[in-house]
Design a protein around this ligand. Structure first.
Ligand code: AMP
Length: 429
């Protein structure tokens, strides 16, 4: 079949790499893609926000399946529009995508269905939100309701910091996303990203992963979209995986079905593993980036039948196989990221880097000009590796990083440090 993949980041490069390897695929096209994706498949300039144009393209190219990478087109309802036009698409419809598009929607769903999450209240004005903060005390977490590209969450260590965050959000700094605010309890524990494939009725767990959100070594500095990740997450024992499915993912799938908005696609649960078990921090309605990169490296099965089974409601007896190896990815970003950064710097040495055993390099933000690869974004490369241990995957990834000549870029040097320490028995499990 012909498949259209929407998106242009490292997540989509990893998906393109995995989908292109499927014997079921005749032609894979990615829109808009990037320089790395263009090495896996055809790329076209197509605006995912223009649903009519996407539908026309699918008809002209006889596309049998559309795979939507990022959340914005999902929240805009592209899957509903494609389905209405008779085109199969992987991902949730507009109402189900509110699990990411509205934090208040998800919190209310958790409350109604007894899904473990932080205690919270929703607010549409600053004064009552601040009164709630003062009553609860710090630490406390302030969240913009809508999509805010990773900038909508403030983990406040003091009441004053929480009040400032409330003023910032209601003051319009995040636009419409901050018109409503959720204030919630601070959860202590270790975080894990947990992924499940859902078909509207049933769900199967994918692998788990852990990411590093802070920009600098030692998990210091401002938050980013993610500076690296590894899979599996050692904290996600089989017992915790079963609890996450039974207490969080499956009740959510049942609730969405009962609401008349069945959830199909990948459900990404950001979990806090607390003393009393897994609690939901947030949902995302698509693969994580960079977590997707490590999941795709570990997936042994063909991805395409799994995507089709999710669309067709056929996951009940589906089985996926995984390599037992660890996968780890190091994000190389443009200097200055997550603040101001320059575009257009030259990247060399990618071919030599890709020759390191077990290494796969996914492009997150690149373009090609006269045969040369140029940086074209904040997060630019995902240098990824498989290994028998976290330490081996990490060593391979950094060996490859050191072969890349890119003076305009930087990366963290400690991706996977907790897991490596665990392996060495230096950190208590
Ligand atoms: P989110 O965008 O909701 O994933 O939040 C970004 C980050 O803020 C999470 O990865 C957590 O590290 C942190 N965070 C969010 N909510 C809470 C909470 N209730 N308690 C502690 N940390 C939180």
């Amino acid at each position: 079949m012909n498949i259209l993949l929407l998106g242009s980041g490292g997540r989509e490069h990893a998906l393109a790499w995995k989908i292109a390897a499927s014997p079921l695929v005749e032609r894979l096209i990615c829109a808009p893609g990037n320089a790395g994706i263009a090495q896996e498949c055809d790329v076209v300039a197509l605006d995912a926000a223009d649903h009519a144009a996407v539908i026309a393209f699918c008809r002209a190219q006889k596309i049998g399946l559309v795979v939507v990478g990022p959340e914005a087109p999902l929240c805009a309802g592209i899957v509903d529009d494609l389905n209405a036009a008779g085109i199969k698409a992987f991902g949730p419809g507009k109402v189900a995508a509110q699990l990411e598009g509205s934090k208040g929607f998800t919190k209310d769903l958790c409350r109604t269905h007894n899904i473990p999450t932080a205690a919270y209240e929703r607010f549409t004005a600053a004064t009552p939100a601040k009164a709630y903060v003062r009553a609860q005390g710090a630490p406390i977490v302030v969240k913009a309701d809508g999509l805010a590209a990773g900038k909508g969450v403030v983990v406040a260590q003091s009441v004053a910091e929480a009040e400032a965050a409330i003023d910032m959000m209601f003051g319009g700094a995040l636009g419409e996303a901050g018109a409503e605010v959720v204030v919630e309890e601070f959860l202590a524990g270790e975080e894990a990203s947990f992924f499940a494939l859902c078909d509207g009725e049933s769900a199967i767990p994918l692998a788990s992963a852990q990411d590093h959100k802070r920009v600098f070594d030692g998990d210091q500095g401002p938050n980013t979209g993610g500076m690296g990740a590894y899979s599996p997450a050692p904290v996600m024992t089989p017992e915790l995986t079963a609890r996450a499915m039974d207490e969080i993912v499956l009740p959510t799938v049942r609730a969405m079905k009962a609401m008349g908005a069945p959830y199909k696609g990948v459900l990404y649960a950001g979990l806090m593993i607390t003393a009393s078990g897994p609690k939901l921090i947030e949902y995302n309605v698509r693969f994580g980036d960079p977590e997707c990169q490590v999941l795709m490296l570990r997936l042994m099965s063909d991805l395409v039948p799994a995507l089709l089974a999710a669309c067709d409601g056929m996951l009940k007896n589906f089985d996926l196989r995984w390599y037992p190896d660890v996968a780890l990815t190091v994000v190389m970003a443009a200097k200055g990221y997550p603040g101001e950064y320059a575009r257009g710097s030259l990247i060399e040495g990618l071919d030599q880097a890709a020759q390191v055993e077990g290494v796969e390099i996914f492009h997150a933000g690149t373009r090609v000009e006269a045969g040369r690869i140029l940086a074209n974004g904040g997060r630019v490369l995902n240098v990824s590796a498989r290994g028998g241990t976290v330490a081996q995957a990490q060593a391979r990834a950094y060996t490859a990083v050191d072969r890349i000549r890119w003076p305009g870029g930087f990366c963290r040097r400690d991706i996977g440090w907790q897991a490596v320490a665990r392996e060495k028995g230096k950190l208590e499990v």
